[in-house]
Design a protein around this ligand. Structure first.
Ligand SMILES: Cc1cc2nc3c(=O)[nH]c(=O)nc-3n(C[C@H](O)[C@H](O)[C@H](O)COP(=O)(O)O)c2cc1C
Length: 205
């Protein structure tokens, strides 16, 4: 893990696993840190956003960035959102030079398609590109219990250098709110993206 190496431009995707709050908070914190984000939201993530946090995103993908910036009170100029079949967007090609991507939360379906190289939408294609270019890919899978298939996919990706950060917050800091649990996980994701979170509590410090 590279500490204090600021990543200025990255891809953030949300997929249809439970835990939309993690993805939203990550986008907000990265926005506050001045990181430019290419946002990709799967169709299932839209359903989960509706179910878990009552957010109805605009049907047009280009409008998603503005809607989220408004909801999260961050500067919209650092956010761009793309359609999942926009193969001409920067995330679709290694020549764009984007070196890092986070998928938060990451569904088992998206995880499987990345692990097998069967990319069928821009999220999976972007992850495929990050892998082939040997960039930094951070996944937050969420499912319980985990089947052997899930575990095999995670092991395969981990062996390729992918950062697997399951949605498993600790409780040793005695959280008193859901926000603290969410931030516990988002701090870890940001650190692994190379955007060291300000104020992150370090063990033993
Ligand atoms: C409310 C809700 C919660 C879900 N939670 C999970 C979950 O925690 N993990 C998971 O892998 N899939 C979960 N799913 C199922 C995925 O959304 C589904 O497999 C979908 O096809 C994933 O598509 P995507 O990977 O393109 O986002 C959930 C679906 C809904 C509607």
């Amino acid at each position: 893990m590279m500490e204090n190496k600021q990543t200025q431009r990255l891809i953030v995707a949300m997929t249809g696993a439970s835990g939309a709050a993690y993805g939203l908070r990550l986008i907000q914190r990265l926005g506050q840190a001045g990181v430019q984000q290419h946002l990709l939201i799967s169709d299932a993530a839209r359903v989960v956003l509706r179910q878990e946090v009552d957010i109805e995103l605009p049907a047009a993908d280009a409008g998603v960035a503005g809607a989220l910036a408004e909801h999260l009170h961050i500067d919209a100029s650092g956010l761009k959102s793309y359609a999942l079949k926009d193969w001409f967007s920067p995330a679709a090609s290694g020549s764009a030079g984007i070196a890092a991507m986070a998928i938060v939360p990451c569904s088992m379906g998206t995880l499987a398609r990345i692990a097998t190289g069967a990319s069928d939408n821009l999220i999976e294609r972007a992850a495929d590109v990050i892998l082939k270019e040997r960039g930094r890919l951070v996944l937050m899978p969420r499912e319980t219990p985990l089947s052997s298939i899930h575990l095999e996919h995670m092991l395969k990706l981990s062996n390729m250098g992918v950062h697997i950060i399951p949605a498993m917050p600790g409780f040793y800091h005695r959280p008193t709110s859901i926000e603290e649990l969410v931030d516990f996980m988002v701090d870890r994701v940001m650190a692994h993206l190379g955007v060291w979170p300000e104020g992150m509590r370090r063990w033993g410090a």
